[in-house]
Ligand binder design. Structure first.
Ligand SMILES: Cc1ncc(C[n+]2csc(CCOP(=O)(O)OP(=O)(O)O)c2C)c(N)n1
Ligand SMILES: [Mg+2]
Length: 459
């Protein structure tokens, strides 16, 4: 009989899904590849190539032998290539250094932004600690004009494409230079047409069916068909939404070249992954939709690079969805609105930081090739800290956009009458109270033009 044995999460390797199946075969249950081979002389079913058997047998595994789906890895925990693993040839010294520098930059940004948010200078922030290899390895394997639809923890992908520190800071402050939404979005809701990075929308999983639609549009566009794919990032928690299944079905049946990248970081805020699925993680769902699928060590930047590069090739060549599940661990709190020590032990996090640390592994790889040194590491960190702090101070000092911008570029085309009415009403209220009511006086001073452009408009 097949029995799924649930182990307490902490007893397991967290980078693997928190459930282990132990299979004992009986005549009626077992792995899919142990179906008895009977002569196929029993006829055929309509709409199916399924062989017909007389043996009553259930199955509950996609690997064929009942074990969990394996995880692809290139570097061991001390940065040395595993025997038989392929180190991508195109990752020479320059490219490897660039990837490492991009990985190091993320926690430096995270440290500053997290702390200034705690000081009340920013509304909100989400860190990327632990997921540096998943983000940079995948970004490096894509073409910079593949359309990316992220969840909210993919800043590294956008910055890899040239979104600058200034862009990132201005967007976080929603100031008058915010290139994403001119202050209309929450922090972390980046988007950049120039970088083919669609605006983040935080209702979970909405980006997944949208990505399948974007990929369909790519397929219909002669200038991009066979050249680009849509890439969608999502957490394993978001994969519990119905929209995940809608997107997967669309991409496999229509079909559309959609590259699904699941960041399985072990948590959806306080809900651990083992409470989110009873099957073998997210990867097990790919074959259900007839998709090429791989599970990869998300803390190994070279494995992520190889897996995403090949996934992208398959996706574009075959014009249909491909699924990558990157196994990693969310080292930081979910966001600045969360304290994860309320639901996981500090020690677990400390252990995870050390074990298979994505930055340490890649640095050791570089050092072993003579491509990096301790001195260069110190210099890089000092330079990045300085650059991040300077960009932060500059963005902090800039005023917020003119108030009128709140109503602009919300919809394409003609302005709806509702927005016009609201803008006119705000103008009337500002005229009446803007100079006398203290909270408004203070707030108006933060905006370019202090709201005058709204007060002066004639209804
Ligand atoms: C539809 C919806 N439900 C709930 C939330 C609240 N929420 C925000 S993030 C999150 C957890 C998502 O976890 P996961 O997809 O694993 O991504 P991670 O934060 O781990 O990167 C939840 C429940 C939301 N934003 N949208
Ligand atoms: Mg998660």
């Amino acid at each position: 009989m097949l029995r799924a044995v649930r182990l307490p999460c902490r007893a397991q390797n967290i980078t693997a899904p928190c459930r282990v199946r132990r299979i004992t075969s009986t005549p009626t249950a077992g792995p899919a590849n142990s179906f008895p081979k009977e002569p196929t002389a029993h006829g055929v079913l309509p709409s199916s190539q399924s062989p017909i058997l007389s043996t009553l047998k259930f199955f509950n595994s996609v690997t064929g032998d009942g074990t969990q789906i394996p995880t692809y890895r290139v570097l061991d925990s001390v940065g040395q290539p595993l025997e038989g693993a392929t180190v991508p040839e195109e990752i020479g010294e320059a490219m490897a250094r660039r990837m490492y520098e991009s990985m190091v930059q993320l926690p430096i940004i995270d440290n500053l932004m997290y702390n200034v948010q705690r000081q009340g200078k920013l509304a909100f922030y989400m860190t990327h600690y632990g997921e540096e290899a998943t983000l940079i390895g995948s970004a490096a394997a894509l073409a910079n004009d593949d359309e990316v639809l992220g969840q909210y923890r993919e800043l590294g992908v956008l910055m890899w494409r040239g979104f600058t520190l200034a862009d990132m800071m201005n967007s976080s402050f929603g100031n008058c230079e915010d290139p994403c939404s001119r202050g209309k979005q929450m922090p972390m809701h980046f988007g950049s047409r120039k970088h083919h990075f669609h605006m983040i929308s935080s209702p979970l999983a909405t980006q997944i069916p949208q990505a399948a639609g974007v990929a369909f549009a790519l397929r219909r566009d002669p200038s991009r068909r066979g050249k680009n794919c849509a890439v969608v990032y999502f957490g394993e928690g978001a994969a519990s939404e119905g929209d995940f299944h809608a997107g997967m079905l669309f991409a496999s049946t229509i079909p559309s070249p959609t590259l699904f990248i699941a960041r399985n970081n072990g948590f959806a805020i306080s809900t651990p992954a083992n409470e989110q699925y009873y099957g073998d993680g997210i990867a097990a769902r790919g074959p259900g939709y007839g998709m090429h699928t791989i599970r990869v060590d998300g803390n190994d930047v070279l494995a992520v690079y190889n897996a995403v590069k090949e996934a992208r090739r398959l996706c574009i060549d075959e014009g249909r969805g491909v699924l990558v599940e990157a196994m990693t661990y969310r080292v930081g709190h979910h966001s600045t609105s969360d304290d994860s020590f309320a639901y996981r032990p500090r020690q677990e996090v400390e252990d995870r930081k050390r074990l298979d640390n994505p930055l340490a592994r890649f640095r050791l790889f570089l050092e072993a090739r003579g491509w990096w040194s301790a001195e260069e590491d110190d210099a890089l960190r000092a330079r990045l800290k300085d650059e991040v702090l300077k960009a932060f101070k500059k963005a902090e000092a800039l005023p917020k956009p003119e108030l009128r911008e709140m109503f602009e570029q919300v919809y394409g085309g003609e302005e709806p009458w509702t927005l016009r009415e609201q803008r006119e009403e705000l103008g009337r209220l500002l005229k009446k109270y803007g100079d006398v009511w203290e909270p408004w006086k203070t707030e108006l001073k933060k905006h370019k033009g202090a709201g005058k452009e709204l007060m002066d408009t004639k209804p």
